[in-house]
Ligand binder design. Structure first.
Ligand code: HEM
Length: 354
């Protein structure tokens, strides 16, 4: 357990998984989410809401992520992957080896997938958002030290001005996509197969003509920004580490290849057979354990709270260290820092000593 200052905010790291569960289950509603200026700029939406507001947003979002709907998006995943692989194959020299920097390749792949699955017919505008969000994230990283200086964000520095401009541009583009789509729905000209269409359909069903019961256009904009932010970087980090560890462990690479060959010898991947890929799933779980794309989660105490026989005052940051917990030998055994997908042979719940 450690204590640090995060700018002016006291922050305590909670490494005990039982206490982490207690914080996340938030039974009494006293462990809240920590909003920040960065989060506001990148994406708010359901991930930053709490209580009634969170429940309402989740209720409206859930139908869009139903597995029957995701099944219909599979051809899009397949097309995007095939395009990436064809690009790599075409870059191959007829002899010798060839190097690919997979990180930007996977960022493009996941950006492409999310643009098509979220905005289907407005794909071009979706790609524009993807590029703008990439630039925004880069600029935020560059100015990371300054975000805790009170008032700094309001200074008209070149970087701040550009970040605000990007934010306005993203919102404007999304507002136009949403308006266009609303009109198409009214004219009966859309098939609602992408995330935005499904979200709008679900929103209309929920609000039943009473706007207060549904999400506003600004709410929908935030959820769309969240699809990009939550879905893209995370997935490309996972894919990049997967290729790295598979290149370091050719025996697992061969086992995964063999399994894929056995399942998809003739057919294209479909939803049900993908969920039967046991070795590939074990590998992905192990990569998520060793290199979790979200390395920590933060919550904060709303009022004085007791946790693990320590009393915390209101306003304390609680850092839930996913990365640390995933590497703890007391939880995973002596080989905690090694790549061993076999630990997931009997599923997630049997992989650790918890
Ligand atoms: C390997 C991939 C991913 C990882 C590791 C990951 C990780 C996480 C984590 C740790 C949270 C909890 C954040 C918190 O409560 O503070 C979260 C929430 C969320 N993620 Fe992901 N995510 C991944 C992929 C995706 C994708 C593909 C999407 C959608 C396109 C997505 C959408 C969301 C949403 C909407 C939430 C908020 C849920 C809620 O608060 O009810 N994520 N994710």
């Amino acid at each position: 357990m450690t204590f640090t200052w995060f700018g002016p905010i006291p922050r305590v790291m909670i490494p005990d998984p039982e206490l982490v569960k207690e914080v996340l289950s938030n039974k009494f509603g006293h462990f809240g989410k920590q909003s920040s200026r960065i989060a506001k700029l990148l994406a708010e939406g359901v991930v930053s809401h709490e209580g009634e507001k969170w429940a309402k947003h989740r209720r409206i979002l859930n139908p869009a992520f139903h597995h029957e709907k995701i099944k219909r998006m599979l051809p899009v995943f397949s097309t995007c992957c095939a395009e990436t692989i064809t690009k790599w194959e075409n870059s191959m020299p007829s002899e010798g080896s060839f190097e690919v920097d997979v990180w930007p390749e996977f960022q493009n792949l996941t950006g492409d997938v999310i643009s098509r699955t979220a905005f289907g017919s407005s794909y071009q505008e979706g790609m524009k958002i993807f590029q703008l969000q990439g630039e925004l994230a880069e600029r935020l990283v560059q100015s990371f030290q300054t975000i805790f200086i009170p008032g700094y964000w309001f200074l008209p520095t070149k970087n701040n001005r550009r970040m605000r401009e990007i934010d306005r541009e993203i919102r404007k583009t999304l507002r136009e996509i949403i308006r266009k789509r609303e009109k198409a729905i009214k004219d009966g000209k859309t098939n609602n197969d992408d995330l935005l269409g499904l979200l709008q359909e679900s929103n209309m069903n929920e609000s039943k003509g009473n706007a207060k019961l549904g999400l506003s256009t600004e709410d929908v904009i935030e959820e769309c920004k969240l699809f990009y932010f939550a879905g893209m970087e995370t997935t490309s980090v996972l894919l990049t580490w997967t290729l790295i560890v598979l290149s370091l462990h050719p025996e697992w690479q061969e086992r995964a290849r063999e399994e894929v060959r056995n399942h998809f010898v003739r057919a294209k991947p479909d939803f049900d057979s993908l969920s039967r890929l046991k070795t590939v799933t074990m590998i992905l779980y192990e990569v998520l354990r060793l290199y979790p794309p979200a390395t920590f989660i933060v919550r904060r105490t709303y009022k004085e709270m007791e946790l693990g026989s320590i009393r915390y005052p209101a306003g304390v940051n609680l850092l839930l260290p996913i990365l640390f917990i995933h590497h703890d030998p007391e939880i995973w055994g002596k080989d905690a820092s090694e790549f061993n997908p076999a630990r997931f042979a009997d599923g997630v719940s049997n992989a650790s000593k918890l």
